[in-house]
Write a protein of this length. Structure first.
Length: 26
């Protein structure tokens, strides 16, 4: 777990953010 690719973290974060925004449109 100490060597996680930045791309993976960014992609996971993007998925979470997009899902949150999709459920909570501004």
């Amino acid at each position: 777990m100490s060597n996680i690719d930045d791309k993976t973290v960014i992609e996971l974060t993007a998925d979470i953010v997009s899902a949150y925004v999709g459920n909570n449109p501004l």
